[in-house]
Design a binder for this molecule. Structure first.
Ligand code: AMP
Length: 288
């Protein structure tokens, strides 16, 4: 494992590696896994897949200020660099860890580009976290320009982000293939998240209602109207006063447009955002 904290030396090493390998075998692949650190097995599953599919893998650890619309959330975001590095040390492959400073990526201008992600940005996370996806697009665009990966790996845990990144790549004409990876869960079904570290034992236990409700929606989806499902979910959360539902949506998996009526040819997914105390959690599940 090699560590970089500045973009220029990283760029140089990556371009040397590519040139050298192209001269020898001609089929060199560079994989990229962007993270905000506080790594868990969900992150590591992305790294594992990237390592299996590429010659070199870059993992970035960077808590990106422009994607936080809430300064308290940014401040309290879990950080544990030492443990992260120990976890990444476990991968034998040609692994590069990139841990830039905010100034190295943004200079003195910590602002987002403004993207037109079409309908993708007006729903769910886009609606509830103003500017979030412009921040995500901005930082990924910076990373993609520095690293120029052949493949980049993203979790379906942030399904809307995954769709936004596919759109970003087409807007910016990056030659990068975006690879979606399945959600890893805790034993009680709760989607793994760096934010779970902030939950008390009781909250952690209670938070499994998110997964249980999504499973119930999935089981009932075929024979139940969307209206009834919306109502059922609202009731489930009302029964659990420790968790506040921010939104529940059933949406077209490709357009992410929220739906009120099913159409047989469309793939649907259910999305939840909820507050457990001060901690905001999201999850989603395919329905058909
Ligand atoms: P984050 O550090 O939260 O920005 O996440 C970095 C990457 O890991 C994103 O592509 C996430 O979607 C992915 N990820 C986070 N949690 C999980 C999980 N439980 N299962 C799979 N991927 C995940």
């Amino acid at each position: 494992m090699v560590l970089f904290t500045e973009k220029d030396p990283l760029k140089k090493v990556l371009s040397d590696k590519r040139n050298k390998s192209l001269n020898v075998a001609g089929n060199y692949k560079l994989g990229f896994v962007p993270t905000m650190g506080a790594l868990h097995n969900g992150h590591l599953s992305l790294v594992q897949k990237a390592v299996a599919e590429n010659d070199t893998v870059v993992v970035s650890i960077f808590v990106n200020p422009t994607q936080f619309n809430n300064t308290a959330d940014l401040k309290k975001y879990p950080r544990n660099l030492e443990k992260d590095l120990a976890l990444l040390e476990g991968f034998q492959k040609d692994l590069i860890v990139f841990i830039p400073e905010v100034a190295d990526l943004y200079g003195q201008n910590i602002i987002s580009n403004s993207y037109d992600f079409g309908s993708l940005e007006n729903e769910m996370e886009g609606k509830h976290r103003t500017g979030h996806f412009d921040g995500v697009g901005t930082v990924l665009s910076k990373f993609f320009q520095i690293i120029n990966p052949d493949r980049a790996y993203f979790g379906e845990k942030d399904f809307q982000q995954l769709q936004i990144v596919k759109k970003l790549v087409s807007i910016e004409n990056f030659p990068t293939e975006i690879v979606g990876c399945p959600i890893l869960r805790e034993e009680n079904g709760l989607a793994m998240s760096s934010r779970n570290q902030r939950l008390s034992d009781k909250q952690f236990k209670n938070a499994s209602i998110i997964y249980k409700t999504l499973m119930e929606v999935r089981e009932k989806f075929e024979k139940t109207s969307i209206d009834q499902l919306n109502q059922m979910v609202a009731e489930r959360f009302l029964q659990n006063p420790d968790i506040k539902l921010e939104y529940f949506e059933i949406a077209n998996e490709n357009t992410l447009k929220t739906t009120t009526h099913k159409n047989g040819t469309v793939n649907y997914r259910a999305f939840i955002a909820a507050y457990v105390g001060e901690v905001r959690l999201i999850d989603n599940m395919p329905l058909n």
